[in-house]
Design a protein around this ligand. Structure first.
Ligand code: SAH
Length: 254
């Protein structure tokens, strides 16, 4: 279970924090580290020294350009956030995150991602809206932001506690396969295209429509099969809209 939990660090600027995060992960038995557009060199004397024996995780980390690439195959994406944002999103505590893991990871093929933001500015709204849920480590409200590697440590510890408890408990039956991040993103793109085609959505006046539809869909945790049905409906809707548009064009000419 633990090796299917990916730690994703976005735009990290201090190599020491990458090393510190790797150490925290290795201590807790996690091994999958991805770096999205790091703003520093990952392997430096500082990161190796902070990794303190876990430098194989730093050396083996996958570096990619975008969050999408880092989490494309994940069925659950959770963003770690020190602050609450403008559009409220489902929030869970680190303990609740741990409690969800055995079920989320019951199927051996599934992977999940825990996403961490930049030291100076955290995660952007666009990044947070790509997450199913946000996890906040309860802290002193007047001083709520943990060091990046410390935040990784807290969540990795909760993952380990959940895994230890799971060793004693009978495991859950896997359900139907859930849609992965990449499939959800294709669906959202298709949905937006269709809403524009039928004149329901004007990208020049977005009014948070897509963000709200994202939140609603991600909350439902659709199965792959359910998403395929929705995409079928969208394709037929697009076809009808195109027919309507060409009919209207014909009438205008007549
Ligand atoms: N100054 C930034 C926070 C940066 S800390 C801000 O105000 O948003 C770097 C990262 O560590 C954050 O993006 C988040 O992923 C994680 N983190 C820090 N404190 C956290 C907390 N209390 N709960 C959850 N994640 C936290």
């Amino acid at each position: 279970m633990l090796d299917r939990i990916r730690i994703v660090l976005i735009g990290t600027s201090h190599p020491g924090n990458i090393g510190g995060a790797a150490r925290a992960m290795h201590n807790m038995g996690l091994s999958d580290l991805a770096l999205v557009a790091p703003r520093c060199t990952a392997v430096t004397a500082d990161s190796v020294s902070r990794a303190s024996g876990a430098d194989h995780l730093v050396n083996g980390a996958r570096a990619v350009e975008t969050l999408e690439q880092a989490v494309a195959d994940c069925t659950l994406v959770v963003g770690a956030s020190a602050r609450s944002r403008t559009l409220p999103w489902p929030m869970i505590t680190p303990r609740e995150l741990g409690a969800r893991l055995p079920k989320e990871l019951a199927d051996d093929a599934t992977r999940i991602a825990l996403v961490f933001g930049r030291e100076d500015s955290g995660l952007t709204n666009a990044e947070l809206q790509r997450c199913h849920a946000h996890v906040h480590i309860p802290t002193n409200p007047d001083f709520s932001s943990l060091n990046l590697a410390a935040a990784v440590q807290v969540l990795a510890y909760e993952c380990r506690l959940a895994w230890l408890a799971e060793q004693e408990a009978p495991s859950e039956e896997p359900g139907q396969p859930l849609a992965a991040h990449e499939e959800l993103e294709h669906y959202f793109a298709h949905l937006e295209r269709t809403l524009v085609a039928i004149g329901f959505h004007d990208p020049a006046m977005p009014r948070q429509l897509m963000a709200r539809l994202r939140r609603f869909t991600l909350r439902a945790r659709p199965e792959r099969m359910e998403l395929n049905i929705l995409r079928g409906i969208l394709s037929d809707t697009e076809k009808l809209a195109a027919e309507r548009d060409s009919d209207m064009g014909r009438h205008r000419k007549e």
